[in-house]
Design a protein around this ligand. Structure first.
Ligand SMILES: [Zn+2]
Ligand SMILES: [Zn+2]
Length: 292
């Protein structure tokens, strides 16, 4: 999967730039918290200081782990057939109505393969992906059936880290003033304070920016799951005539839809960037069921 990720970078320069920005942003936030926020007088004397350091680093670790899983995991690529399938009759046939019900198997003429319901072709990955949500440059991968959980975890931990960092900065500003270390020269202390304040302002700005961005995407992802409709399907549905919508999926309970993405284990497992349950069964054959 690492080779596939490298190939995607070649096709989409944003796919290399955005993950790099993510690592730089996360690295800077960790450095700023440990070197400039926690040592400030309001926090350094508190017995909670090492707890904050450990908790923030744990969140950063989970953020990086979920990001790595989202980048490297198979998003749900539709397998290509072992032997070429002749689609010439489809190409030579009269142009058909382009809108199809999302519950039907379709043919991808770019992959030259059958694809199961809800699969879409990604122009960056050059493959069809099951229940494709979108291609995300921040993970340099498609968000699909098998890696959406890791993508949402990445958003969750980024939001949590942003909230935590912003909270720590505000605590140093609004909390009770601590005592200066004994023997510190007044000039050196004031210079050090200015550097700490500058890093705190940059960190707060970064946290608000990333926090607001991931909050919006996180909300969109949850809505997409509980409404059982990806952004691509919303667009597709707009193209369907009212009479064709009768064949769409029946509504399902929201918890069942969430379990389909996050796994069938305990809800706590939903926060763990690992495979806690086997992947869903249907949709793995390269051919529709009538051919197998
Ligand atoms: Zn395709
Ligand atoms: Zn893609």
């Amino acid at each position: 999967m690492a080779a596939a990720a490298a190939a995607r970078c070649g096709r989409d320069p944003c796919g290399a730039l955005c993950p790099l920005l993510t690592y730089l942003g996360v690295g800077y936030a960790d450095y700023a918290v440990l070197a400039h926020v926690l040592p400030q007088p309001a926090l350094r004397g508190s017995p909670w200081c090492p707890v904050h350091a450990a908790a923030f680093n744990l969140i950063v670790l989970l953020l990086l782990a979920s990001h790595a899983r989202a980048v490297l995991a198979d998003p749900g690529l539709v397998p290509l057939p072992d032997t070429a399938i002749d689609f010439s009759d489809l190409r030579s046939a009269a142009p058909r109505k382009p809108e199809k019900s999302p519950e039907e198997w379709t043919v991808c003429e770019r992959c030259e393969a059958y694809r199961p319901p809800r699969a879409h072709h990604c122009r960056v990955c050059h493959r069809c992906v099951r229940r494709m949500d979108h291609h995300c440059p921040w993970i340099n991968n498609c968000v699909g059936e098998l890696n959406q959980k890791y993508f949402i975890q990445f958003l969750f931990y980024t939001g949590l880290a942003s909230l935590y960092a912003a909270g720590l900065v505000l605590a140093t500003w609004l909390g009770p003033p601590g005592r200066s270390p004994v023997g510190t020269a007044a000039g050196g202390e004031s210079g050090s304070n200015r550097i700490q304040t500058a890093h705190s302002i940059v960190l707060l700005f970064e946290s608000l920016l990333f926090g607001a961005f991931v909050a919006v995407v996180f909300y969109d992802q949850l809505v997409s799951i509980i409404t059982d409709e990806t952004p691509l399907e919303k667009l597709q549905k707009k193209g369907l005539k009212e009479m064709d919508r009768g064949g769409l999926r029946a509504p399902r309970p929201k918890l069942a839809l969430l379990r389909e993405v996050f796994g069938r284990g305990f809800v706590l497992c939903w926060l763990c960037p690992c495979s806690c349950s086997p992947p869903p069964g249907p949709g793995y054959s390269p051919l529709p069921s009538r051919y197998v």
